[in-house]
Design a protein around this ligand. Sequence first.
Ligand code: SAH
Length: 271
Amino acid sequence: MTSKSPRFPVGLNKLQPKAAVARPTSELLRPQRPLQEAARDAARRSAPSGLGLDSPAVRERMVARLRADGLRCDPVLQAFASVPRHRFVDSALATQAYEDTSLPIGLGQTISKPSVVARMLGLLFEGERAAAGGHLGRVLEIGTGCGYQTALLALISRHVLSIERLKPLHDKARENLGGWRPPGDVRLIYGDGRLGHAPLAPYDSIVAAAGGEDIPAAWLDQLAEGGRLVAPMHDPAAGGQVLVVVDRRPEGLRRQVHDAVHFVPLKSGTA
Ligand code: SAH
């Protein structure tokens, strides 16, 4: 979140849009930098509809689209309705935050488009434990990025442990989520998510936002019985990435292949 005031998650219905910033005129001071910043700020605050981006109605429209696309999971829809996506992206991109599009978050990484995040969270909810408990339980997220999906997860689980391998993004997510007290416990870790995080295993739900050639063995080892993993993975048969779902059943692992997707690569080590 690049915006500094007010901080997320102020009660969203309490947010007041600032007074409209006056349009710069030719008489105003040069150089133009402060004016450009003011204009950018004004743009950030008003969606194409004219609604302020902090208005819950803007997010509700996105939620209505997700519902119309077939997402039936109420807790996930409610989480999308509560988390202000525009506060997790650069202010210059904020007006696009509620379109169904992925957006750059720096260092060549992207925040996934809402429909794909919704699909993954919806699939996680259909896991045996999540379906029984009505929440995702203890979650391992690989690829914190800007922290948007972490915020969604925090609203629909008990504990979230999220790992990011790029220090500047780990720091950005920490800043974006700083001061927020979600119902679930959230821990952000800087490290190589391919290794998972054994000290807090097993996890009821594991979700990755980056795809490799395989599903790392550590993730499967750290998946609880009745738990579900959802991750992108390269599938030679499909000629590209697909969404893979793995369930740990008493009789062993059950794997299903779902939609074709396009995620950033899962890399080793940290940077
Ligand atoms: N869910 C994120 C999307 C971030 S994009 C969001 O809402 O912003 C995927 C992220 O995975 C990138 O930030 C990338 O750096 C990270 N990543 C890739 N390989 C990783 C690994 N081995 N361990 C941890 N993070 C990794």
